[in-house]
Design a protein around this ligand. Structure first.
Ligand code: 4NP
Length: 158
């Protein structure tokens, strides 16, 4: 069993999108019992809240249901639990690197390392922008989700 945690700032836009899309991909591939998925935010403002309505609507248009997800804050205990902790941007990654126990042997890095687009290394925060930002999050996450699954398949199930 591989365990994957997606992390952004608020856990209401980017990381729930990654959570829902990766979960859907696993269900399609019948791998939901082999790979566990969760998401969290570095911040505490939205704990217990559903994802942002714009995020839910944009994802719904592409066939993903994010409405059941609830925000939580990442904690040091997550490093004992998750093999992959994947940050949406460099600021999230720096916050996670500060929390990381020295004994952590999993993979902490940027989610888009698993994507194939050279023009984006980070998933831009859509919170204060227009609808294009939410579509861009979906595009970037869909691409990297497939790359991540290919990576885990070739590294974890041998
Ligand atoms: P997320 O987006 O990190 O993708 O969930 C944000 C959500 C809320 C805030 C910032 C980013 N905020 O400042 O409340």
């Amino acid at each position: 069993m591989a365990k994957v945690l997606f992390v952004c700032l608020g856990n209401i836009c980017r990381s729930p999108t990654a959570d829902g899309i990766f979960r859907e991909l696993l269900a399609r591939e019948k791998l939901e019992h082999k790979i566990q998925v969760d998401s969290a935010g570095t911040g505490d403002w939205h704990i217990g809240k559903a994802p942002d309505a714009r995020t839910v609507a944009a994802a719904h248009q592409r066939g993903y249901d994010l409405s059941v997800l609830r925000a939580r804050q990442v904690s040091v205990n997550d490093f004992a639990e998750f093999d992959y902790i994947l940050a949406m941007d460099k600021s999230n990654l720096m916050d996670l690197q500060r929390m990381k126990p020295s004994a952590y042997t999993g993979h902490l890095g940027l989610f888009l390392e698993f994507g194939e687009r050279d023009d984006y290394r980070e998933v831009p925060d859509p919170y204060y922008g227009g609808n294009d930002g939410f579509e861009l999050v979906l595009d970037l996450v869909e691409g990297a989700a497939q790359g991540l699954l290919n990576h885990i398949r070739s590294n974890s199930f041998r």
